[in-house]
Design a protein around this ligand. Structure first.
Ligand code: LLP
Length: 389
């Protein structure tokens, strides 16, 4: 089925707005990751925050990925999806003592500790396998809100401070690895080279005996449709040899690279408004359905299944905020009311960051496996909105 037919069929069958995930694309992306890393022993953990639909998570498990979680609820969801504690890595800053105790009882694979304060927080009778999250002070050259490896960012511990920490670990905590995640939507390999080189130097100088190195996630995708995404050829050439030099298994925590391009937000046009200054195409989704453009000024490719004359328009939602703009100044065929618009690359940080702002109902989610559609989350209803009162 051609993509446009697929979008039309899905919209007809399930209504709009609708998140559609093409599982064939997920498989392709995982293959690309595996191919890039085939010369080094590794394990990929799926970053739940990017997409936590349990059906998607089960699919990731089927594809042999582990789970990277950042909250107790993500942990519970991982178990609910069928992941075993030894396939789950716990991330996040500012963890609560009771959470650390919980993870210890569960015997999770590893907790990435974010600070010396967190290490001190673990009660002495609580044992955990931990990896220390290093903040290598590397510029990931990405949006400031999704950069995490600079010294002014709240994450991790500096290499300077880590020198003392690694040699004074309390006996109830076993330091099994180093962790480092420098940011997200990174398309240039050089920040990875820089970060991994400094980890390597640290491991050598401090003479650390570890079980693995976890280099986090962050691989960027081609939102702009100009062919510029994480260059895996370059990654193989420049990063993989560095990873091999540790002579240890390498862990990765990938979200966006795997799932973003597989997701499409299908919406219908509710109005085409023309003013003396601008044209607006209004959709039946909004910043409540997809927050990235409003929050980061993020670019998502948009297409309309229309054949009108080309116009230049801002594509907006119906939320009462000027910031509710999904795309700016796009040259598109002028749609008619009821036509379908497709927002691309929303599989990661799309539904997972959606909200009920303006009491918008969250969209339905559907997976397509090449043959069949499966409704993997029903559309919210008004009753869902009143449930907690
Ligand atoms: N590991 C850690 C510790 C992380 O904090 C993240 C993402 C990942 C792995 C996965 O990164 P990825 O491979 O997906 O780039 N909401 C933002 C992205 C925030 C990313 C937060 N951490 C966005 O929509 O662009």
């Amino acid at each position: 089925m051609k993509n446009n037919e697929l979008f039309l069929k899905a919209a007809k069958k399930f209504g709009t707005p609708l998140y559609l995930y093409d599982l064939r694309i997920v498989e392709e992306r995982i293959k690309k990751v595996e191919d890039a890393l085939k010369n080094v022993e590794h394990k990929v953990f799926f970053a739940f925050k990017s997409n936590s639909n349990v059906h998607i998570l089960k699919f990731m498990k089927k594809m042999h990925l582990g789970a990277d979680i950042v909250s107790l609820n993500e942990y519970k969801m991982a178990k609910y999806a069928g992941f075993k504690p030894n396939e789950i890595i716990v991330n996040g800053n500012g963890k609560k003592v009771e959470e650390l105790i919980y993870y210890s009882k569960e015997d999770v694979a590893c907790v990435n500790v974010d600070s010396k304060e967190e290490i001190e927080k673990v009660p002495k009778d609580v044992s955990l396998r931990v990896a220390l999250r290093i903040n290598p002070n590397v510029d990931a050259k990405t949006h400031p809100h999704i950069s995490t490896g600079l010294k002014e960012n709240k994450f991790g511990i500096s290499l300077e401070d880590a020198k003392d920490v690694v040699h004074s670990f309390p006996s109830n905590l076993r330091l099994v690895g180093l962790h480092c995640h420098i940011g997200s939507q990174i398309t240039d390999v050089s920040p990875f080279v820089e970060a991994i080189e400094s980890l390597k130097k640290f491991v050598t100088e401090q003479n650390l005996k570890l079980d693995f190195i976890n280099i986090g996630g962050g691989w960027g995708i081609d939102y702009l449709k100009n062919g510029n995404e994480m260059d895996l050829g370059k990654y193989k050439q420049e990063v993989v040899p560095l990873l091999k030099s540790f002579d240890l298994p390498i862990y990765l925590e990938l979200g966006r690279y795997i799932i973003a391009p597989a997701g499409f937000l299908i919406a219908r046009v509710t109005e085409v408004k023309k003013t003396a200054f601008k044209n607006f195409i209004v959709l039946d989704t909004s910043m409540s359905g997809l927050l990235r453009p409003s929050l980061y000024g993020a670019y998502h490719h948009v297409e309309f299944l229309s054949n009108g004359e080309k116009i230049t328009a801002d594509i907006v939602g119906r939320v009462c905020e000027t910031g509710d703009t999904l795309a700016k100044k796009r040259k598109v065929p002028q749609p008619k009311v009821g036509d379908i618009g497709i927002i691309y690359d929303v599989g990661a940080y799309g539904y997972s960051m959606s909200s009920n702002y303006n009491l918008a109902l969250r969209p339905a989610e559907v997976a397509f496996d090449g043959k069949n559609f499966q409704l993997i989350r029903r559309r919210e209803t008004f009753e869902d909105l009143t449930r907690l009162f």
